[in-house]
Design a protein around this ligand. Sequence first.
Ligand code: BGC
Length: 416
Amino acid sequence: MLKLSQLATAVALVVAGAAATAGEVEVLHYWTSGGEAKSVAELKKIMQAKGHAWKDFAVAGGGGDNAATVLKSRVVSGNPPAAAQIKGPAIQEWASEGVLANLDATAKAEKWDTLLPGVVANVMKYKGNYVAAPVNVHRVNWMWANSAVLKKAGVAGAPKSWDEFFVAAEKVKKAGLIAVAHGGQNWQDFTTFESVVLGVGGAKFYSDALVKLDQKALTSDTMKKSLETFRKIKGYTDAAAPGRDWNLATAMVIQEKAAFQFMGDWAKGEFSAAGKVPGKDYICAAAPGTANAYTFNVDSFAMFKLKDAGAQKAQGDLAASIMGTEFQEVFNLNKGSIPVRLNMDMAKFDDCAKLSAKDFVSTAKSGGLVPSVAHGMAIAPAAEGAIKDAVSQFWNDDKISVADGVANIAKAAATK
Ligand code: BGC
């Protein structure tokens, strides 16, 4: 039996311990589809197990444009969330405003410099200090296909070139099904567009045109060919595509209404949540012509400067949890992505994830690893927004000629 004085000490210790650890994290994210919600729930569980309160701040809208707008208004009004899903060059923009917290203490204690690929670590840092924690690596240049639909249409397997793709799409159309499930929103249009540019022109051309924004590449014949191919794909989408959310397009493939979707591997999260098995119910393949290239998209959380000590502690724990092996495995199994932390055991992952992990490493060596423009990894937000608009205008308006489309995109690329 504890004596009363011992009991009092024990209680005091427990209370002190709780006060030292418990804090609230308000987390702004845009993971609201079935697969996404399952994934983010794992992070919530881990934080709650550490004694922190999780305040969910979900802003629906694929690709995160809505979340970015809401974040701006919160920061401007002096009330930022503890953490927000921000990535790529936008991290640098936020850091330059002086509003992000320094995560170096956690990063040093957890050895992030040795656990992250250099290409990722650089994006998480501002002037040499960590200001964001990376979650995963999504591959964007995927093509998803329903096996039963392909069979019904007499298509032997995933087409490897754009020429093969159009032959397959024609067969699907003749079989009375939708060839391409698409959601007409500008980030989805661009997700398809950048895979086309990568397939038509290769990784070097992609990089010159869409990352370096080189005017010569942007106005080249290869760009014209890319726009022609892009427009041709539109002919295989259905009339209800405009405005459709990406996960509803994925559902069309899952439910055997459509054959293909061009989307990053968060789409796999939807297949998994629906109990579908890759290689059996559906196929994951690199978009036509892009097997030797990889458009990467790294999700990450930037932390905002907060005054409350408990909240700061919770932020540190959030950053450490995100890079921990437990989270990296369970989150990415649900999300469709692969762990960003190096040397993780991939035994529990499916063949699509294993292919992604293998190609991430091999394309980093070959020069085929390029940042996704559609997903905010490559260029400053202003130019990105302008190019996306030009590409979507071309997609939506058949009266815009290929030559004008090329000129509009090249002009948009010069936006500062
Ligand atoms: C994000 C993914 C997300 C997808 C759909 C991408 O830009 O990186 O995490 O699942 O958009 O919202």
